[in-house]
Structures are given as structure tokens and as C-alpha cells.
Design a protein around this ligand. Structure first.
Ligand code: ZN
Length: 168
């Protein structure tokens, strides 16, 4: 398996995975600083350096967020397996998808109208809005971030544990 470096924006926002060639180019042009490394070395001029696992750009670049289609799997990732009403950690069959504005009241199946919830909360809420059911959402549902959508689908190379804190 090949190795890549995770490229972060100047604000620590995840940008992309980049191959060795691009890593060297960014370091050579002094456009990025090394945040963490893999265990092995790569040739650097007449010497060698540890292959970076995380690089951070020195200057901020503006990025456009990509769109992703709604899926239960992505919703569970976004909500980190936590019932968005009672804060309970959920696994497998315990997880239900709740429409914040119920379908019966015109709610859509979308990232901004769906959250995961436990079966208790979902049946308590039934065909009501949180207000009607006197329940409170932990947070307002939003479209998943660039990092979570991009990386879950597209990355197949060797994983570095330092990336865990940047990628959901
Ligand atoms: Zn719950």
C-alpha cells in the first residue's frame, strides 16, 4: 500500500491527501510545514527526511465544499453514533433515523432534516416536531463537512493514526 500525506489548510481544516511528489514540492517551495511524520525516510537533496504524514499550508486557501448524497451510513458518522435527543451511544439495530420535521408534516429525507435517535426517543417523538413532543435536539442537523464525506468514500491507502483527530 502506498503512503500519502494529509494536507491541512492554514486553519487546520482538512484539504486532501497528497502523494510524495506533491509533498516534496510543497516543502521545497516552503509552502507548508510538517506537523507529523511516518516512520520511514524519503530522499531529500543529498540527505533524507522522515516522510510527512501531516502537512499544514502556511497560507490559507479558500475551498469549495462538495456535495454528497444523503445516506444512513453518513448520517450515523455525522452524529457519531449518538442519539441526538438523549445523548446515548447507539450501535447497529438500536439506531433509527428521525425526521426532525416529520414526513407527515412535509419534512424531507435530507441531512438538514434528519438525525439519528434511539428507538425510545423516536417513538416518544412519533409524528411530532421536537417542540410538539417537548424534546430538545443536541444540535441543529447540518450537511456533513468536506472532510468526512470526501475521506470515507475515496481513501484506500495506508492510514496514519494521527489523522484520526482531523477526520471524523
Ligand atoms: Zn434517545
Amino acid at each position: 500500500m502506498s503512503k500519502k500525506a494529509l494536507l491541512l489548510n492554514a486553519t487546520y481544516e482538512v484539504l486532501s491527501f497528497i502523494p510524495e511528489k506533491k509533498v516534496l514540492k510543497l516543502i521545497f517551495k516552503e509552502k507548508a510545514e510538517i506537523i507529523s511524520t511516518w516512520g520511514d525516510y524519503i530522499v531529500w537533496g543529498s540527505g533524507k527526511i522522515k516522510f510527512p504524514s501531516i502537512l499544514k499550508l502556511k497560507n490559507y486557501v479558500k475551498i469549495n465544499h462538495i456535495n454528497t448524497n444523503f445516506s444512513r451510513k453518513m448520517l450515523i458518522k455525522r452524529d457519531k453514533n449518538i442519539c441526538q435527543y438523549c445523548n446515548k451511544k447507539l450501535f447497529g439495530a438500536q439506531i433509527t433515523v428521525d425526521h426532525v420535521l416529520p414526513k407527515s408534516q412535509g419534512g424531507t429525507t435530507s441531512f438538514t432534516n434528519c438525525v439519528i435517535s434511539c428507538q425510545n426517543c423516536n417513538s416518544k417523538k412519533a409524528n411530532n416536531t421536537p417542540e410538539q413532543a417537548n424534546m430538545v435536539l443536541l444540535k441543529k442537523p447540518t450537511h456533513p463537512s468536506y472532510s468526512s464525506t470526501y475521506f470515507i468514500h475515496d481513501y484506500q491507502d495506508q492510514w496514519h493514526s494521527d489523522w484520526d483527530s482531523f477526520i471524523i
